[in-house]
Design a protein around this ligand. Structure first.
Ligand code: ZN
Length: 335
């Protein structure tokens, strides 16, 4: 994903970073009104580590193909009805990529549905401004990709063990992170063309969407790093303002101060296209630390430091427990 600069939407980009004391994130928090299953952080962490064993999940690579098969089988083993949406797309540098969006559905006939998503591909180059080595080699993407998928696999396991009646669609988008970076845009048309080089899988999914439309969606991207900081991302606030407020206030009531009560900038990520093309209100939970050295994300972003060492299971748990709280409260009509 890429940080949005002011030119695109003309929306003011005011970052108001607050200082908050650390919350007791070591304690498992569940909602008092509804029984919410306990999110197992060690399980989610193991799913992150397993994805990295395939190496970088770069488009058209063997590791990518092997990881896809593992993800499909894993979702099936957790009782989801799994569908694969194959697509081809052209990248900014002229490559034709073969992508697959993977969907694991629970209660596929239910008319009330929630969409959960993350991207499962990893970036083909280490092109952060902070990147100092092997800039033309693919990154492992422990946080950027694997963390969101790891959380959603644990959510899937919980849905199998603790069934609910609403529908849940877990979509693992492909080809999110093959976009063009480090380009200076001078016109809005150029900016838009640049935006369209990202999130190729979700663009395809959103344009071709049919069936029962989820009432809303939650995207997880870079949800595993130590000391993660999740401000309210700008497009999320634009397209799904009430949902943002409900999720962030629930997270804070659960003691997870990593869900910062501050506004963050906009990110060109999968939710942008789901909102825009499929009309499904979707928020992005994404790590955007205050005073970021790359002016957007954590220092490890799009560098080779985005490996397993950066992952803190407690961050995975904060996010996963909040997602479970949303689902089980929604199922109970309390969200
Ligand atoms: Zn990325």
């Amino acid at each position: 994903m890429k940080f949005k600069f002011i030119l695109l939407a003309g929306l003011s980009l005011i970052l108001v970073w607050g200082c908050k004391p650390n919350a007791p994130e070591d304690e498992t928090q569940t909602n008092v009104k509804v029984k919410v299953p306990r999110f197992e952080m060690d399980s989610a962490y193991a799913y992150v580590a397993k994805q990295l064993e395939f190496g970088p999940r770069v488009m058209n690579s063997e590791g990518h193909e092997a990881c896809k098969n593992w993800l499909v089988n894993k979702l099936k083993s957790f009782g989801a009805k799994v569908t694969e949406q194959h697509f081809q797309a052209k990248t900014y540098n002229g490559l034709t990529v073969n992508g697959t969006n993977i969907t694991g559905s629970y209660n596929p006939e239910s008319r009330t549905r929630i969409l959960l998503a993350a991207h499962w591909d990893s970036r083909h180059i280490a092109d952060s401004p902070l990147s100092t080595e092997r800039r033309d080699e693919p990154i492992l993407g422990a946080d950027d990709g694997a963390s969101g998928v790891g959380v959603l696999l644990e959510v899937a396991r919980q849905l199998q063990q603790n069934p609910i009646s609403i529908g849940v669609d877990i979509v693992l988008f492909d080809a999110e992170d093959y976009g063009e970076s480090n380009v200076e845009y001078t016109t809005q048309a150029e900016q838009l063309a640049g935006v369209m080089t990202w999130a190729l899988g979700s663009q395809h999914w959103a344009k071709s969407f049919s069936g029962t439309k989820p009432i809303y969606g939650i995207l997880l991207d870079m949800v595993g790093a130590k000391g993660a900081y999740f401000p309210k991302e700008e497009y999320s606030r634009t397209f799904a303002p009430q949902l943002v407020e409900k999720i962030w206030s629930m997270a804070n009531s659960m003691g997870y101060s990593s869900f910062a009560q501050v506004n963050g900038g906009g990110v060109t990520d999968d939710h942008f296209f789901v909102n825009r093309s499929a009309g499904i209100p979707m928020v992005d939970i994404i790590n955007m630390p205050p005073n970021s050295a790359n002016k957007s994300f954590g220092d490890h972003w799009h560098t080779h430091n985005d490996n397993l060492d950066i992952i803190d299971p407690r961050t995975l748990r904060a996010v996963g427990q909040v997602v479970l709280a949303v689902l089980y409260n929604e199922n109970n009509g309390d969200f």
